[in-house]
Write a protein that binds this ligand. Sequence first.
Ligand code: AHR
Length: 517
Amino acid sequence: MKLLRSTVVLAALAALCSLGRAADPTAHLIIDAARTGPVINKNIYGHFAEHLGRCIYEGLWVGENSPIPNTKGYRNDVVAALKNLQVPVLRWPGGCFADEYHWRDGIGPREKRPAMINTHWGGVVENNHFGTHEFLNFCEMMGIEPYVCVNVGSGTVQEEMEWIEYMTSDADSPMANLRRANGRDQPWKVHYVAVGNESWGCGGNMTAQFYADNYRRYNTFVKNYGTNRIQRIAGGPNDFNYEWTQTLMKSAAKQMNGLSLHYYTRTTTGWPPKGSATEFDETQWINVLVNTLKMEELVTNHSAIMDQYDPQKKVGLVVDEWGTWYEKTPGSRQGFLEQQNSLRDALVAALNLHIFQAHADRVTMANIAQFINVLQAMILTDKEKMVITPTYHVFEMFKVHQDATSLSVALSSPDYVLGDAKIPAVSASASRDKNGRIHLSLTNADPAKPVTVTCTLNGAVAKSVSGRVLTAPAMNAHNTFVAPHTVEPAAFGGAKLDGGSLSVTLPAKSVVVLELL
Ligand code: AHR
């Protein structure tokens, strides 16, 4: 009966939708506030900061003696911008860098720390001035949960075990005392540990079974000291490698709290990534959106495999690297993965966040790559200058969903079609926060046509609606140091409440977040 009812509803929605398509595209949305889903783990809004290019050095950390205004070495402008973002969790030190990182090189007086070569990222000399204390103190200062990736590829179990003790033990123990000697009395709280990174590739080129066995071994020595309790994340598959997930879940599901997944959105398949971040036509616009929507397929299929071994969904899918990857910014250094960030990236961010929220029963964390100056960044810096990106604005607008309860949405959208490419024009997600406020986020991927969304709100009464919109006249609009406000949120007047029904006219190529009271 229930199935029949929802089939009838969807058929009616589809019929309405096709009626509307000829003239002005119309989408239809039913939000059922009485049918609540899982809580949207705030960690879905997580970030990733690797020792890569200018992410850490110059981006976050300039050192105490820098002429760039800073507090204890962290740049003030970046810290202020990040505070408004409500960053829940931050993954560090890599990425590929993690499997060549030896944590003892990054403690003690900075001038005495040994240097190393960052072989993956530009072959630059890493002076280790940003190490365990600098990372964990930053997280503590910002109220961010640290997510530490330990070295499995080139590190020993002993090294891993001692690092965990150094960070989290409150005992009168050798590593805790070494930490005290380095100026930190109390242990930090570290609740998330990744055991290796991309062990199928830069993390050691292992087979799935070899890594699964190694995961079990390394994981055994990730200890809980004092009151600290660690969630252990196993290194998961690259995009469509379902065999990896199968093997890991079969061999080690009981030993893990999370399994990672990496998927980057590119303009086409193949490496190195092709296509400019800012110089693109509509074909590349839609191609990127088509490719980013493959995240839905990936999350669905990897979750289905996980269900076979973990039907109670105790193991989270942790999408700890995602985002766009284009050709590097012309003139920027090889291996630094610098790219601009346009309105297209804002759409990519919103679509992925909607996918993660729709799978909040399985996706417990996601970390966009990367925080500052690398790939799909929140912030770009150039010496003393800083600019925030369209992707930052999406994360800021969407923060209302963090830890809110997801609400059931049934959406029927017109298609946005270009040549052979076709995607739904509209995407939507709704949640109710702890204060009872309902938030609805919507995107319109069509770069030329507005879409009107007629919404029925069941199970709740809304008396007022307000919101913000992120859009711009051009598909490739982006913020620069010279013009930093080209793409930024504005008050939205396109939503109207009439009795129980809500009508929202989404501008072309836009992201909208509404609050219903
Ligand atoms: O985010 C850049 C790199 O992409 C990471 O270091 C690696 O894990 C992935 O291949």
